[in-house]
Design a protein around this ligand. Structure first.
Ligand code: SF4
Length: 374
């Protein structure tokens, strides 16, 4: 199993919470595409020689790409990589770009999964976050995508925002779950460094709710998704009909992936590397034939930590047998010792598998930190 991620770092405007690498200007777009196509060639031997299972175009706002740009990118990819017949091909999209014609073009290009950045079905919150679409446009975009024949539809929502009551969050979820989607990603609003949100919070503006509201919102999320037939397969991700994100699931299980484009990360155990988060420097590096990349080789302890952190977030959980196979008995003994320091209400240990309970999922980072080596 392996995947390719392509980063398209262009947006129309910056959302206040966003710390993904993107710029609100289209100036270098053409040169960027040329560099991307060149990088595909330069790094064609990075992944093991086997068909690639998933392709994910993220951003930025990849739905700003024209069908011609996407076609050029796919033609270039197919010169250097082979994809499996049942590949998952995801494009991240913002609702305002999903016109019927555009959706039909995406379908013709072979895109079979859309991840639509809805974020909220409340216009007040959308404005607060500086999103460019309305709630009505978001609903219509999802319905149009289904009409055009997209069956594997995912939306993103943000919860845990001050100014929203539990009842309002319920209503938004109700709207989301009534749409023809099979996947939902729900993330709490986080204050990341160097964002407009961080500046506003520092000025004393209130965006983040009380801890009790966070717990309330998360409980509502789990309750309503379960009732609607969604399975929670990762702390923030819910899928119907087993249509999980194969691309992200591969990340969480430590499979290799190649990231192309500015700021894109790649992983091939034990090496992780990432391209420079600067469009000009990225292009210059590629043109020189010497991509600006930083890399780190993960020690066995770091690999163990990564396994703990990622697996505990998933429904499958952390398998003691796998920990022993990868890292030896010492790490299993350590895990068991550390588990005794974690509240037994936060986890279950059954048949050699550690999974988080509801309260554990709320405090997942703290539980993982207890079990990690570093
Ligand atoms: S959240 Fe998405 S659309 Fe908004 S600035 Fe970030 S990458 Fe662009």
């Amino acid at each position: 199993m392996s995947g390719i991620y392509i980063h398209f770092p262009f947006c129309k405007q910056k959302c206040i919470y966003c710390n993904f690498y993107s710029v609100a200007s289209q100036r270098q777009r053409e040169a960027y595409w040329d560099a991307l196509c060149r990088e595909m060639e330069i790094r064609r031997n990075f992944l093991p020689a086997q068909p690639i299972d998933t392709l994910y175009i993220g951003g930025g706002t990849p739905s700003l790409c024209t069908p011609q740009e996407l076609e050029k990118m796919l033609n270039s990819l197919s010169r250097f990589y082979t994809f499996s017949k049942d590949w998952e091909f995801t494009l991240e999209a913002n609702p305002e770009q999903l016109t019927p014609d555009y959706l039909s073009s995406l379908k013709l290009l072979g895109i079979n999964r859309l991840s639509i950045g809805v974020q909220s079905f409340d216009d007040r919150i959308l404005q607060l976050l500086n999103r460019r679409h309305t709630a009505k446009e978001a609903k219509e975009a999802v319905l149009r995508a289904a009409q055009v024949g997209f069956e594997n539809l995912s939306i993103d929502l943000i919860y845990d925002i001050a100014y929203r009551t539990g009842e309002q969050w319920r209503e938004e979820l109700c709207t989301a779950l009534s749409l023809p989607i099979v996947h939902l990603s729900a993330y709490s609003l986080t204050v990341e460094e160097n964002t407009l949100l961080a500046k506003r919070v520092a000025r004393g503006e209130r965006y983040i709710p009380e801890e009790s509201d966070t717990e309330r919102d998360y409980a509502i999320l789990e309750e309503m998704t379960e009732k609607a037939g969604f399975e929670q397969y990762e702390i923030s991700n819910f899928a119907r009909n087993r249509l999980v994100s194969r691309h992200n699931s591969a990340y969480w299980s430590g499979q290799p992936y190649l990231g192309l484009g500015a700021a894109a990360h790649s992983f091939l155990r034990p090496v992780r590397q990432w391209n420079i988060a600067d469009i000009s420097q990225y292009i210059e590096g590629i043109l020189r034939g010497n991509p600006a990349v930083e890399r780190e080789e993960l020690s066995m302890d770091q690999q163990y930590d990564e396994m703990v952190l990622l697996r505990l977030r998933t429904r499958e959980g952390l398998l003691l047998e796998e920990v022993e196979r990868c890292f030896g008995e010492e790490k299993v003994r350590y895990l068991r010792r550390q588990l005794s320091k974690v509240s037994p209400t936060h986890y279950e240990l059954r048949e050699g598998r550690i999974t988080l309970t509801y309260s554990g999922r709320l405090f997942a980072d703290a539980v993982s930190a207890e079990l990690m080596w570093a």
